[in-house]
Ligand binder design. Structure first.
Ligand code: HMG
Ligand code: MG
Length: 332
């Protein structure tokens, strides 16, 4: 890995859309994924194998995965598509689709930075994302079970995903504030959860500031705590900021100083969690890319192209643009 390379995980098609009440057509979701890949996003969270009663917007995730495997996705670089699975039922649904297209995806995880000179349709790698919570209240609201029970389920999901040669990303939500328990989430508890999930075989951890309550000092405290607990922050940890209080880029700067080189963001700043009332969207991909470029970091993302995607998808969804840079570029 080049020192100045930062990996962006584009979560727009999942986190960005999951909260929308109006059903977004399958064709729009697929066009979004294809346009993001063309704009240089190489890791895209494309859907969620969750209960359709809990999150109806994600109920066509099977069709999305099927389409991606059947038709491929034009891209300059190797792609990874990620899908959420809260339990083995969700994972089994994904694996059943994969088994119909055994030659359509690569099994190895792809950590190499994108190359500008490999055009064409690439075979994607598939990744499963599980999602734990740092507070009991959020775990019950989001997963209908305690943290301990969720870990038992996740252990089974990780083992089955490993049997299928799938990479597993483990989210921990509400790490810097909980909509039900407030901002004082214990960083030691987050570190203990991260250690446990990595010990179970998760390949990486994404720390979710679900409510956007995180501040610079508390981001620093959290990452120091993880480091002191033996978690390799530079290699194994991503940050997933929501921008509800406008602190996402400040917190990104702090995370960069602590060695984090992977960040989740959503095109157009779309998003919100159905079980986090009032939380606004993820930090906009356009804002993160602009910020990282200003620091001389390389993301492989074409900023103008992703700004066009942001303008288009916010229009399709009927939402105001959630980021600053995308709006500024459009007005320029
Ligand atoms: P439950 O009701 O306790 O599940 O929900 P259950 O096991 O008792 O089953 C009840 C019904 O759901 C059954 O169907 C199951 O078959 C079905 P019925 O017999 O009633 O017809 N079911 C499923 N259907 C499809 N796919 C599945 C599945 N599992 C059970 N995988 C459950 C428990 C975990 C399923 C539910 O709570 C759930 O789906 N939760 C997901 C919530 C969610 O997606 N939240 C948003 C994503 S997390 C997030 O946004 C945070 C993040 O962005 C990071 C951050 O910002 O912090 C990642
Ligand atoms: Mg989120």
């Amino acid at each position: 890995r080049l020192d100045n390379h930062v990996k962006i995980v584009e979560v727009g098609p999942r986190d960005g859309l999951q909260n929308e009440k109006k059903t977004i057509p399958l064709a729009t979701k697929i066009e979004l994924i294809e346009r993001l890949a063309k704009a240089g996003l190489t890791t895209i969270e494309a859907g969620a194998f969750v209960s359709p009663k809990w999150v109806p917007q994600m109920s066509n995730s099977s069709e999305i995965l099927e389409h991606l495997l059947q038709h491929g996705t034009p891209s300059r670089a190797p792609l990874t598509f990620s899908f959420l699975a809260p339990n083995t039922k969700g994972l089994d649904s994904a694996i059943a689709i994969l088994s119909r297209y055994p030659k359509a995806f690569t099994r190895e995880s792809q950590r190499t930075p994108p190359s500008k000179d490999s055009p064409g349709t690439q075979k994607p790698a598939l990744e499963i994302a599980i999602f734990a919570a740092a507070t009991e209240s959020f775990s019950h609201r989001n997963l209908n079970c305690s943290i301990a029970d969720s870990l038992t389920r996740f252990s089974a999901v990780i083992a089955a995903a490993k049997d299928a040669d799938l990479r597993v990303r483990a989210y921990i939500s509400v790490v810097l504030g909980c909509p039900f328990e407030g901002p004082a989430v214990d960083p030691h508890r987050v570190a203990a959860l991260a250690t446990e999930l990595l010990g179970m075989g998760a390949d990486s951890i994404s720390l979710g500031d679900t409510t956007g309550m995180g501040t610079a000092p508390r981001t620093a405290e959290l990452l120091t705590c993880l480091h002191n607990a033996g978690v390799r922050v530079g290699e194994d940890v991503a940050m997933h900021f929501h921008d509800t209080y406008g602190q996402a880029l400040v917190n990104t700067a702090v995370a960069l100083e602590h060695g984090v080189r992977e960040f989740d963001s959503s095109v157009g700043g779309l998003g919100g969690c159905p079980y986090s009332p009032g939380a606004s969207g993820n930090v906009a991909t356009e804002d993160v890319v602009y910020f990282l470029e200003s620091l001389g970091m390389d993301t492989g993302v074409d900023l103008d192209a992703v700004a066009e995607v942001g303008a288009w998808i916010t229009g399709e969804v009927g939402k105001p643009h959630g980021g600053s840079v995308g709006k500024a570029l459009l007005a320029a």
